[in-house]
Design a protein around this ligand. Structure first.
Ligand code: ZN
Length: 233
């Protein structure tokens, strides 16, 4: 395993873009992995290619960006909204999570990423999990992620660390981190090219980027942007 290489879980959203920029500053060789598993994510998959190519030329660190792998996890659809009964759908909707949310999804992603990292001689995974804003996502909590890192290290019989630079910061601080990593050029890239909206909306442009402006992901992104703007004053 090379300590100076990392595999970044990269969706093309704001959080994973900041994580990728973070990894490019720290590791000599950086690869990315993404997952397809539903209609909504076609927009994300399109945008992630755009974001990757722009990050590669954003600054000196961009030259460290290596190969990308996209895995088809079509089986996830079998446990997404179609798997909800009417009773659980109502309960689920009350959590504020989209009905397509797959419980423990991040555990599956990290496990697939670890399998690829192992084969490519990489001992560090980087993910945008954050427990500050995502209290509804128990698989994003630090305890969960680090317990999985431990299980993966045991199961692979090689150290596999999981770095989560956003774990304890809020969305406003994520914008600030982006600014410190790549200045206005990275902020502009995030606004113009990253995709976060659950509905796949890229027809409405807001100060913080594209999206429906209504779904939980848009609300969170907008709230963070507003808070960051207020902190800067
Ligand atoms: Zn939205």
């Amino acid at each position: 395993m090379t300590s100076s290489s990392a595999l970044v879980l990269f969706s093309g959203g704001q959080d994973s873009t900041v994580c990728l920029a973070w990894a490019l500053e720290r590791y000599e060789a950086v690869e990315t992995i993404g997952f397809t598993y539903g209609q909504r994510h076609i927009v994300e998959i399109e945008q992630r290619a755009v974001v990757r190519s722009k990050l590669a030329t954003l600054n000196e660190a961009g030259r460290r960006l290596g190969p990308d792998t996209v895995l088809d996890l079509a089986a996830l659809k079998s446990v997404s909204d179609t798997a909800l009964t009417r009773e659980t759908e109502i309960t689920f909707a009350a959590t504020g999570l989209p009905t397509t949310f797959v419980p423990a999804r991040n555990l599956l992603f990290l496990t697939y990423a670890a399998a690829l990292a192992y084969r490519r001689g990489i001992g560090t995974l980087v993910g945008g999990m954050c427990e500050t804003d995502f209290s509804g996502y128990p698989d994003c909590r630090n305890d969960t992620v680090q317990a999985l890192a431990h299980a993966l290290s045991l199961g692979l019989d090689k150290p596999m660390s999981v770095e989560t630079p956003l774990m304890f910061i809020d969305k406003a601080a994520t914008w600030e981190l982006a600014s410190s990593l790549g200045g206005q050029k990275l902020i502009d890239l995030i606004i113009e090219d990253t995709h976060t909206c659950y509905l796949g909306d890229r027809s409405h442009r807001h100060p913080w980027g594209y999206g429906c402006g209504q779904c939980p992901a848009c609300e969170l992104r907008a709230k963070g942007w507003t808070a960051w703007q207020a902190r800067k004053i």
